[in-house]
Ligand binder design. Structure first.
Ligand code: DC
Length: 225
Protein backbone atom coordinates (compact mmCIF):
# COMPACT_ATOMS: atom_id res chain seq x y z
CA UNK A 1 0.00 0.00 0.00
CA UNK A 2 1.26 3.46 -0.89
CA UNK A 3 0.87 6.68 1.11
CA UNK A 4 -2.85 7.42 1.52
CA UNK A 5 -4.51 10.76 2.20
CA UNK A 6 -8.26 10.48 2.88
CA UNK A 7 -10.47 13.54 2.39
CA UNK A 8 -14.09 13.22 3.43
CA UNK A 9 -16.86 15.75 3.79
CA UNK A 10 -20.18 16.94 2.40
CA UNK A 11 -20.81 18.21 -1.13
CA UNK A 12 -19.60 21.77 -1.59
CA UNK A 13 -16.99 21.67 1.16
CA UNK A 14 -14.28 22.22 -1.46
CA UNK A 15 -12.99 18.65 -1.40
CA UNK A 16 -12.67 18.30 -5.16
CA UNK A 17 -10.68 21.46 -5.81
CA UNK A 18 -8.49 21.04 -2.74
CA UNK A 19 -7.75 17.38 -3.52
CA UNK A 20 -6.54 18.19 -7.04
CA UNK A 21 -4.28 21.02 -5.84
CA UNK A 22 -2.74 18.98 -3.02
CA UNK A 23 -2.20 16.09 -5.44
CA UNK A 24 -0.26 18.37 -7.79
CA UNK A 25 1.86 19.87 -5.05
CA UNK A 26 2.81 16.56 -3.43
CA UNK A 27 2.81 14.31 -6.46
CA UNK A 28 -0.13 12.17 -5.36
CA UNK A 29 -2.68 10.49 -7.61
CA UNK A 30 -6.04 12.14 -6.97
CA UNK A 31 -9.12 9.94 -6.96
CA UNK A 32 -12.67 11.28 -6.92
CA UNK A 33 -14.72 8.38 -5.53
CA UNK A 34 -17.99 10.25 -6.09
CA UNK A 35 -17.23 10.01 -9.82
CA UNK A 36 -16.96 6.22 -9.43
CA UNK A 37 -20.44 6.07 -7.84
CA UNK A 38 -21.64 8.25 -10.69
CA UNK A 39 -20.23 5.78 -13.26
CA UNK A 40 -22.21 2.94 -11.71
CA UNK A 41 -25.35 5.12 -11.69
CA UNK A 42 -24.77 5.97 -15.37
CA UNK A 43 -24.41 2.29 -16.28
CA UNK A 44 -27.66 1.42 -14.45
CA UNK A 45 -29.42 4.35 -16.12
CA UNK A 46 -28.28 3.41 -19.61
CA UNK A 47 -29.24 -0.22 -19.14
CA UNK A 48 -32.62 0.57 -17.59
CA UNK A 49 -31.79 -1.31 -14.43
CA UNK A 50 -33.99 -0.35 -11.51
CA UNK A 51 -32.51 0.19 -8.06
CA UNK A 52 -34.66 -2.58 -6.57
CA UNK A 53 -33.33 -5.19 -9.04
CA UNK A 54 -30.49 -6.21 -6.75
CA UNK A 55 -29.63 -9.44 -8.57
CA UNK A 56 -29.30 -7.59 -11.87
CA UNK A 57 -27.19 -4.93 -10.19
CA UNK A 58 -24.87 -7.54 -8.68
CA UNK A 59 -24.43 -9.13 -12.10
CA UNK A 60 -23.82 -5.88 -13.90
CA UNK A 61 -21.09 -4.88 -11.44
CA UNK A 62 -18.97 -7.61 -13.08
CA UNK A 63 -19.40 -5.83 -16.42
CA UNK A 64 -18.29 -2.42 -15.17
CA UNK A 65 -14.71 -1.32 -15.64
CA UNK A 66 -13.78 2.12 -14.29
CA UNK A 67 -10.46 3.77 -15.10
CA UNK A 68 -8.96 7.16 -14.42
CA UNK A 69 -6.67 8.71 -17.02
CA UNK A 70 -4.48 11.50 -15.78
CA UNK A 71 -3.65 14.49 -17.91
CA UNK A 72 -1.66 17.58 -17.04
CA UNK A 73 -4.35 19.52 -15.22
CA UNK A 74 -6.80 16.92 -13.99
CA UNK A 75 -8.15 13.54 -14.90
CA UNK A 76 -10.85 11.92 -16.99
CA UNK A 77 -12.92 8.96 -15.95
CA UNK A 78 -13.63 6.08 -18.31
CA UNK A 79 -16.50 3.64 -18.08
CA UNK A 80 -15.75 0.51 -20.11
CA UNK A 81 -13.33 2.45 -22.29
CA UNK A 82 -15.56 5.49 -22.86
CA UNK A 83 -14.74 8.92 -21.44
CA UNK A 84 -17.84 9.76 -19.38
CA UNK A 85 -16.40 12.68 -17.42
CA UNK A 86 -19.13 15.05 -18.59
CA UNK A 87 -21.96 12.55 -18.86
CA UNK A 88 -21.78 11.61 -15.16
CA UNK A 89 -22.42 15.24 -14.11
CA UNK A 90 -25.81 15.41 -15.82
CA UNK A 91 -28.88 16.09 -13.72
CA UNK A 92 -30.45 12.63 -14.20
CA UNK A 93 -27.29 10.93 -12.95
CA UNK A 94 -26.98 13.32 -10.01
CA UNK A 95 -30.50 12.31 -9.01
CA UNK A 96 -29.86 8.59 -9.37
CA UNK A 97 -26.44 8.42 -7.70
CA UNK A 98 -27.56 9.30 -4.18
CA UNK A 99 -30.02 6.36 -3.79
CA UNK A 100 -27.66 4.09 -5.77
CA UNK A 101 -24.83 4.82 -3.33
CA UNK A 102 -26.91 3.31 -0.52
CA UNK A 103 -26.88 -0.14 -2.10
CA UNK A 104 -24.51 -2.45 -0.23
CA UNK A 105 -23.24 -4.50 -3.19
CA UNK A 106 -22.34 -1.29 -5.06
CA UNK A 107 -20.45 0.08 -2.04
CA UNK A 108 -18.64 -3.23 -1.50
CA UNK A 109 -17.48 -3.39 -5.11
CA UNK A 110 -16.34 0.22 -5.26
CA UNK A 111 -14.53 -0.12 -1.92
CA UNK A 112 -12.55 -3.05 -3.38
CA UNK A 113 -11.73 -1.03 -6.52
CA UNK A 114 -10.62 1.95 -4.40
CA UNK A 115 -8.31 -0.22 -2.31
CA UNK A 116 -6.85 -1.75 -5.47
CA UNK A 117 -6.06 1.68 -6.90
CA UNK A 118 -3.96 2.53 -3.82
CA UNK A 119 -2.11 -0.79 -3.90
CA UNK A 120 0.86 0.52 -5.81
CA UNK A 121 0.36 4.28 -5.80
CA UNK A 122 0.49 7.23 -3.42
CA UNK A 123 -3.03 8.63 -3.46
CA UNK A 124 -5.25 11.38 -2.19
CA UNK A 125 -8.80 10.05 -2.29
CA UNK A 126 -11.90 12.12 -1.68
CA UNK A 127 -15.38 10.91 -0.80
CA UNK A 128 -17.69 10.29 2.13
CA UNK A 129 -16.35 7.11 3.73
CA UNK A 130 -12.66 7.06 2.82
CA UNK A 131 -11.29 7.58 6.33
CA UNK A 132 -14.00 5.50 8.01
CA UNK A 133 -14.49 2.48 5.72
CA UNK A 134 -12.15 2.37 2.72
CA UNK A 135 -8.88 3.28 4.46
CA UNK A 136 -9.33 3.25 8.24
CA UNK A 137 -5.52 3.25 8.45
CA UNK A 138 -4.92 6.14 6.04
CA UNK A 139 -1.72 8.11 6.72
CA UNK A 140 -3.58 11.44 6.83
CA UNK A 141 -7.32 11.84 7.36
CA UNK A 142 -9.16 15.10 6.84
CA UNK A 143 -12.80 15.90 7.35
CA UNK A 144 -13.47 19.03 5.32
CA UNK A 145 -16.59 20.96 6.18
CA UNK A 146 -18.29 24.33 5.62
CA UNK A 147 -21.64 25.74 6.70
CA UNK A 148 -24.63 24.82 4.50
CA UNK A 149 -25.04 28.53 3.68
CA UNK A 150 -21.46 28.84 2.44
CA UNK A 151 -21.72 25.63 0.42
CA UNK A 152 -24.98 26.82 -1.16
CA UNK A 153 -23.33 30.13 -2.04
CA UNK A 154 -20.38 28.33 -3.67
CA UNK A 155 -22.63 26.02 -5.68
CA UNK A 156 -24.85 28.95 -6.76
CA UNK A 157 -21.83 30.96 -7.96
CA UNK A 158 -20.34 27.89 -9.64
CA UNK A 159 -23.59 27.34 -11.57
CA UNK A 160 -23.58 30.95 -12.75
CA UNK A 161 -19.94 30.70 -13.83
CA UNK A 162 -20.69 27.51 -15.79
CA UNK A 163 -23.94 28.78 -17.27
CA UNK A 164 -25.95 26.08 -15.50
CA UNK A 165 -29.51 26.78 -14.35
CA UNK A 166 -29.32 25.02 -11.00
CA UNK A 167 -32.06 26.94 -9.17
CA UNK A 168 -32.10 29.85 -6.75
CA UNK A 169 -29.80 30.19 -3.72
CA UNK A 170 -32.70 29.18 -1.42
CA UNK A 171 -33.50 26.11 -3.50
CA UNK A 172 -29.86 25.04 -3.48
CA UNK A 173 -29.59 25.65 0.28
CA UNK A 174 -32.68 23.53 0.98
CA UNK A 175 -31.39 20.73 -1.25
CA UNK A 176 -28.04 20.79 0.57
CA UNK A 177 -29.67 20.62 4.01
CA UNK A 178 -31.83 17.72 2.87
CA UNK A 179 -28.89 15.87 1.30
CA UNK A 180 -26.72 16.36 4.39
CA UNK A 181 -29.43 14.79 6.49
CA UNK A 182 -29.84 11.84 4.12
CA UNK A 183 -26.09 11.25 3.71
CA UNK A 184 -25.37 11.37 7.43
CA UNK A 185 -28.37 9.29 8.50
CA UNK A 186 -28.14 6.43 6.00
CA UNK A 187 -27.49 3.01 7.47
CA UNK A 188 -24.57 2.04 5.27
CA UNK A 189 -21.33 4.02 5.37
CA UNK A 190 -22.95 7.29 6.46
CA UNK A 191 -21.09 10.56 6.04
CA UNK A 192 -19.32 11.10 9.34
CA UNK A 193 -15.99 12.22 10.61
CA UNK A 194 -13.57 9.42 11.49
CA UNK A 195 -12.54 9.69 15.14
CA UNK A 196 -8.92 10.27 14.19
CA UNK A 197 -9.60 12.65 11.29
CA UNK A 198 -8.56 16.29 11.46
CA UNK A 199 -11.60 18.57 11.20
CA UNK A 200 -11.11 21.51 8.85
CA UNK A 201 -13.81 24.13 8.50
CA UNK A 202 -13.35 25.88 5.16
CA UNK A 203 -16.19 28.41 5.66
CA UNK A 204 -13.83 31.32 6.25
CA UNK A 205 -10.72 29.92 4.58
CA UNK A 206 -9.54 30.38 1.03
CA UNK A 207 -8.76 27.34 -1.13
CA UNK A 208 -5.05 28.15 -0.76
CA UNK A 209 -5.30 28.22 3.03
CA UNK A 210 -7.01 24.81 3.13
CA UNK A 211 -4.41 23.39 0.71
CA UNK A 212 -1.56 24.75 2.86
CA UNK A 213 -3.05 23.22 5.99
CA UNK A 214 -3.35 19.77 4.40
CA UNK A 215 0.14 19.95 2.95
CA UNK A 216 1.51 20.74 6.41
CA UNK A 217 -0.16 17.61 7.78
CA UNK A 218 1.16 15.47 4.91
CA UNK A 219 4.72 16.74 5.33
CA UNK A 220 4.58 16.18 9.07
CA UNK A 221 3.40 12.60 8.58
CA UNK A 222 6.10 11.90 6.00
CA UNK A 223 8.76 13.12 8.44
CA UNK A 224 7.41 10.77 11.10
CA UNK A 225 7.47 7.75 8.77
O1 DC B 1 -19.13 13.80 -4.51
P1 DC B 1 -20.31 13.55 -5.48
O2 DC B 1 -21.47 14.48 -5.26
O3 DC B 1 -19.89 13.48 -6.91
O4 DC B 1 -20.82 12.09 -5.09
C1 DC B 1 -21.89 11.50 -5.75
C2 DC B 1 -22.69 10.63 -4.79
O5 DC B 1 -21.95 9.51 -4.36
C3 DC B 1 -23.19 11.35 -3.53
O6 DC B 1 -24.60 11.16 -3.46
C4 DC B 1 -22.53 10.65 -2.38
C5 DC B 1 -22.04 9.35 -2.96
N1 DC B 1 -20.73 8.97 -2.48
C6 DC B 1 -20.65 8.02 -1.47
O7 DC B 1 -21.69 7.57 -1.00
N2 DC B 1 -19.45 7.60 -1.03
C7 DC B 1 -18.31 8.11 -1.53
N3 DC B 1 -17.12 7.69 -1.07
C8 DC B 1 -18.37 9.08 -2.56
C9 DC B 1 -19.60 9.50 -2.99
Amino acid sequence: MGFVVAIDGPAGSGKGTVTKLVAEKRNLVSIDTGAMYRCVALYLYRNNINLNEIEKIEKCLDEIKIEFKFVENGSSIYLNGEDVSREIRKQEISLLVSPASKIQCIRDRLTIMQREIAQDKNVIMEGRDIGTVVFPNADVKIYLDATPEERAKRRFNQNIANGIDGGSYEEILNAIIERDYRDSHREIAPLKQAEDAIYLDSTNLSIEEVVEEIIKLIDLKKKEN
